[in-house]
Every structure is written in structure tokens, then in C-alpha cells.
Design a protein around this ligand. Sequence first.
Ligand code: ZN
Length: 306
Amino acid sequence: MKNLRNSFLLTLVLALFFACGGSGRQSTSKIYIVTTTGMIADAVKNIADTLFEVEALMGPGVDPHLYKAKQSDTKKLLAADVVFYNGVHLEGKMAESLESLAKTKAVFAVADGISESRLISTSQFSGTHDPHIWFDVTLWIDVVKYVNLKLQEKYPEHKAHFQQNTVKYLNQLVQFNTWVAEEVNKIPDSVRVLVTAHDAFGYFGRVYGMKVEGLQGISTVSEPGLKDITALVEHISSSKVKSIFMESSVSARFINAVVEGCKQKGHNLKLGGTLYSDAMGAAGTEEGTYIGMIRHNVNTIVVGLK
Ligand SMILES: [Zn+2]
């Protein structure tokens, strides 16, 4: 009886293991592309549309700087036909496993599609360049071209399909880039300062002409100290910045401390809303796409600062 019960338990454990730990794929007949961030998955989907199954490991609200691969992620990575990740040390805690995976399968860092001279150098964290490349739409255009190239190399039989979709999507991105620049231009020069939880908006500021300040530096690995908060409070109060912004993938704790600090100094700083910094919004919503997330950010920034 005891043996019977033990074997029943073993079967149950095994069944649970396979049910929870499988790659979770919807279809096993399609080519399976795994990406780290949702933004990269969105780029691949725009090129491959329904031809491939595309899955991002990091969902809405997930901070890629701190993200560690779960057991289920390892299974997905092993099952993937192609893996795309951001690179330039965005996925700080996954870099090693992605590099070792690259020895046995097609694994690409999309930042390799951008000329190094266009990347912002930094000595602020363990990487050498700012990894937030998606915030300059013109850099993201290079990423889309790179993903298209790699997919065409790997699956030449679908070359025409990829090419057609890429041309269509690049046209959308070029128009979208113009819209972003025009919207940011509506903010008066004197108040064109974007203060956020961490330094995710360096590329955005550079290309669209905004001063940017992040409380937490380029990566969220190191937390700000009281000194950083006090310095930012001083700076905001003296420059009369109207609003600062929270981020969907970063804790609001420190930003709230800045608002409180400004209040004590008699400067009524407002929270301008939440920006999608390092992760997109929920799947199925407009913010769950690359263009939708940036559009949400731009609208929030313009309303908050104008
Ligand atoms: Zn970041």
C-alpha cells in the first residue's frame, strides 16, 4: 500500500514538473524565437508576423537590469531556434548564460546592429554603453534592420516575406519618429527637463532635445542614497521643474521621496504619471507594442511638462 502511494506521489510530482516546467509553447510546429525584452519581441513579430512563434521572457513591469533567468526561461532558451537579446549589458544578470548559449545556437544581441559611434558611452555601471537603445526611434530602426538581416540569413526561404514586412514597418517607424520629435518640440525650452526614476532616457534626450536626469543612474542595480535624493531635490526646486515621472518597471519609493523633499522646500512638484521605461505595457493593449509604449511616454511627458 505504501509503495503504491509512493508511486502515485512520484507520478503526481512528475506530472506537475512537466506541466509547470515545459517551455509553455503554443505550437511546436512553428519556428520558435525567444527574446529577452518585449520590445525586441515586438520587432521580431513585425518582421515575421504569424510565421513564427515569438515569445519574450520579460513581461510588463519587469526590470531587465535585475532579471535572473528562471528555470522555465532556461527551458525556453534551450527550446528556441533563435534568441535575440538587447546586449550592451542591459540583461546584466543573464549576460553570461546568453553568451554561453551563443556557442551552440543562433543568439544575437540586437545592439550589434547599431554602430558603436552612435551608442552613449558611460562609466556609470558595469557596462560600457547606455543600453536603453529603444528610446531613440532612429536607433531602433537600425535594430529592426539588423533583426531582418539575421532572420533572412537564417531562413532564406522566407526572405521576401521578411523584406516586405520590414519595409512596411520601417515606413511606420520613420513617420513615428517625426511625430515624436514634433510632440517634444511643443514643450517650451525652459521646462524641457525629464526627471525619472533611473537614467533610461539618455538616448531620448539626445535625439529629441531634452535634458534628462535619472535618480538611480543607468542601471537599477545600485540604489540612490540620501545624498543623491537631496541633490536632486535641490536641483529640481531651483530649476522649477513642474513634474517628474515614475517608471513601470522601477519602484516608486525614491521618486516619492523626491516629491516629498521638494514639498518641504516649498516647491509643489507633481507626479507627471508613469512612463514605460524598460518594459512595455500589458499584451493586447496599445502600450503593449513598441510604438504604443513610446507614444504613451511622449503624450505623458508633453502633458506633464507643458
Ligand atoms: Zn534601465
